[in-house]
Design a protein around this ligand. Structure first.
Ligand SMILES: *Cc1c(COP(=O)(O)O)cnc(C)c1O
Length: 405
């Protein structure tokens, strides 16, 4: 049974592709040279230009555009020499493509717990730093950036290389430094539900010439690396080209054409997300039984989604809340559900990568609610969504009553 106002917007509807991006895409379709290396004399092509522009945006020396964010992560691992049987540290709370990238090369994820602030548990990381892993695939899951100074100190001391998964932090910063610039490589996604939309796509950035040259070769460059404009110089490729397999996962000129105008708009888009995030955050402030996630001062976040905790709520009460909100048009995702639904799986569901139980993380995930904030929502939509959640949480907390443990 529902009562009160109902939200009628769509949680999966992103904005249309901007007109200048459509015009650029039509240009590529009209000349037909969609493959990134299919160029006429003097032409750099949309993909190489996109890489140059993304390198400039992030301040990275090198950039490689690829087929997806998941592909970028697997490529980064391969470029660092991670192979079958190698342990790779990663987040217990992240999206399935992260452990999937590790598993795709036969490596073995070692999961690190999540705190109440939804960041990687740095004490747990410190205790697992001696497990034999040479790499941490660090996911800034849902845009929450941990204390990067402490994280880098832990990893540097243990000789662990950091690859950053920035699928939710394109445009975000820590102490003013762009996300993706702390580790040896940063990986981004250009998939529809991230911060730029090419349907599918990804980026890899870094300053280390040899790893980035390997990444270019791995991505399927057919030894045409001189057609890149944000790659290391040819002599670096000479050193690694005979040992690096070609595992095709390139970006194409059509997607690159759609992405370039979107990169220009990224700062405005991030501001638009943060306006919406603030409206929901304010609307949920002070609701008994609901904790909002504090954002550290050092974190320049992008609020493309919002999370909150229902600490100590029994599972059936959370499930009932999610159902009641859904009846009123508000789509909440619950990371504590017994079964993985949509993108809400956690380390307990990834049975190909068995882990010791992490009771503290389980406690956090049991009450973790997540909600997307597409830019097709107006600020007033966000106020309405917050009112609905607020009313249902209050009603749910009443119903759950004193036996809430
Ligand atoms: C979406 C996502 C990815 C991977 O992106 P794809 O482009 O879909 O492969 C990686 N990490 C996180 C946390 C994500 O949400």
């Amino acid at each position: 049974m529902t009562s009160g106002e109902i939200f009628t917007g769509s949680f999966t509807q992103q904005e249309p592709i901007p007109d200048d991006a459509i015009t650029a895409a039509l240009g590529v379709l009209r000349h037909g040279r969609l493959h990134r290396y299919n160029l006429v004399p003097g032409e750099l092509g949309e993909t190489a230009l996109l890489e140059q522009e993304f390198a400039a945006l992030t301040g990275a020396r090198y950039c490689l555009a690829v087929a997806s964010g998941g592909y970028a992560m697997a490529t980064a691992l391969r470029a660092l020499g991670v192979g079958p049987g190698d342990k790779v540290l990663s987040n217990a709370f992240t999206l399935a493509p992260v452990p999937g990238a590790i598993a795709s090369i036969g490596a073995v994820p070692v999961f690190v717990g999540v705190t109440d602030a939804l960041r990687i548990d740095l004490d747990d990381l410190e205790s697992k730093a001696g497990c034999g892993a040479r790499v941490l695939l660090l996911s800034h899951m849902r845009g929450h950036i941990c204390d990067m100074d402490r994280l880098m100190a832990i990893c540097d001391a243990a000789g662990i290389a950091v690859i950053e998964d920035c699928a939710h932090t394109m445009g975000a910063t820590w102490n003013g430094i762009p996300s993706g610039r702390f580790g040896v490589m940063g990986c981004f996604s250009a998939q529809t539900y991230k911060h730029v939309n090419a349907g599918e796509g990804g980026f890899l950035i870094g300053d280390d010439a040899e790893t980035m040259a390997r990444a270019v070769l791995l991505s399927g460059s057919y030894m045409l690396y001189e057609r890149h404009a944000a790659a290391p110089p040819p002599e670096v490729f000479e050193r690694v080209k005979y040992d690096t397999p070609n595992i095709s996962g390139r970006m194409d000129n059509l997607r690159a054409a759609i992405l370039r105008p979107q990169l220009t708009r990224l700062p405005q888009q991030c501001a638009a997300w943060n306006l919406r995030y603030a409206r929901v955050d304010q609307g949920l402030a002070g609701v008994p039984g609901l904790s909002l996630i504090e954002r550290p001062k050092a974190e320049g976040y992008v609020g493309s989604s919002i999370q909150f905790l229902l600490p100590g709520w029994p599972g059936d009460a959370v499930a009932a809340l999610v159902a009641r909100c859904r009846e009123r048009g508000v789509e909440l995702k619950w990371f504590g559900a017994p079964d993985p639904l949509g993108f809400t799986s956690t380390y307990r569901h990834w049975r190909y990568a068995a882990s010791d139980p992490m009771p503290e993380s389980d406690r956090v995930l049991a009450g973790l609610i997540d909600m997307r904030l597409p830019l097709t929502f107006s600020p007033e939509d966000c106020d309405q969504i917050a009112r609905i959640i607020r009313a249902e949480v209050i009603a749910g907390a009443d119903r759950t009553g004193p036996d809430r443990a």
